[in-house]
Design a protein around this ligand. Sequence first.
Ligand SMILES: C[S@@+](CC[C@H](N)C(=O)[O-])C[C@H]1O[C@@H](n2cnc3c(N)ncnc32)[C@H](O)[C@@H]1O
Length: 231
Amino acid sequence: MNTVDKETALEHTAHKRIKEVLSLDGDADRLTKFYRQWASTYDLDVVQYRYCAPTIVAELAAVVQMAYLDKERAATAILDAGCGTGLVGVELERLGFRLIDGFDLSNEMAEKARETRVYRDVRGDVDLSLPLSGYSASYDITVCCGVLTLGHVQPDRLRELARVTRPKGFIIANTRRSYADAACFADEVKRLEDAGVLVLAQCLYDGRYVAEEDAHYWVFRIPEKGRSPEK
Ligand SMILES: C[S@@+](CC[C@H](N)C(=O)[O-])C[C@H]1O[C@@H](n2cnc3c(N)ncnc32)[C@H](O)[C@@H]1O
C-alpha cells in the first residue's frame, strides 16, 4: 500500500468509527464499551477527522480568563467535563493553565488523560448524565468539548455543568450544528436562562469543528446568585 492509500485507509477507518459513536443514543454501557476500544487510537483518528475543537475551546478559556476573571491563569480552576484522552487539557496547559481537573465516563480514556500529566486530578467512570457527586460549585471555568453531541449527552445536562461552576464563573461548550438543531439546544439555553441558572455571554456560531461539519462554541456565565440548578 502506498502512502496515499494508507492515509485514505486511515481516514476511512476514522470516519467509520466516528459515524458509529455518534449513533449510540447516549447509552452509557455502549458508550463505555465503545470508548474502551477506541482509547488507544482516538488521538490519531481525530487528527484524520481534522478535529480542531480542543484548541478552540482552550483558546476561548484563555480569552475568558483574561477578559473576565480576577485571577492569574495559573490559579484559575478548570474542570474538563468528558475530558477523553486529554486533548483539551494539553492545550490548556500550553496556554498556562495549571489547575485542571477532568472526568470521563470511560476509565480507559481517563487513563490516557492521566498519562498526559497536565491534570491535577482525573476521574474515570463519572457519568455526566447523572448528578456529579463529589463535585461542588468550585470551578472558575468548566469546559465541555465534543460531549454535548449526537449519541452522547443531552442538552439538559448543562444544568449540572452549571452546578459545578462557581457563581460568576463560566462554562465553555461546543455543539456540532446537527446536534444543536436536532436536540433544540438553543431552547434549552433559553429555559436555563429563564430559570436563572446561566446567561449566554458569547457564542461563536459555525466555527471549525471537524472536516464534515462546523459547530457553535458557547460561553455561558453563571449568575452571582443563581437559583438552585438541580430544581
Ligand atoms: C468525542 S470524545 C471528546 C473527548 C475530549 N473532550 C476531546 O475533545 O477530545 C467524547 C467523550 O465523552 C465521554 N462521554 C460520553 N458520554 C459521557 C457521559 N455521559 N459522561 C461523561 N463522559 C462521557 C466519552 O467517554 C469520550 O471520552
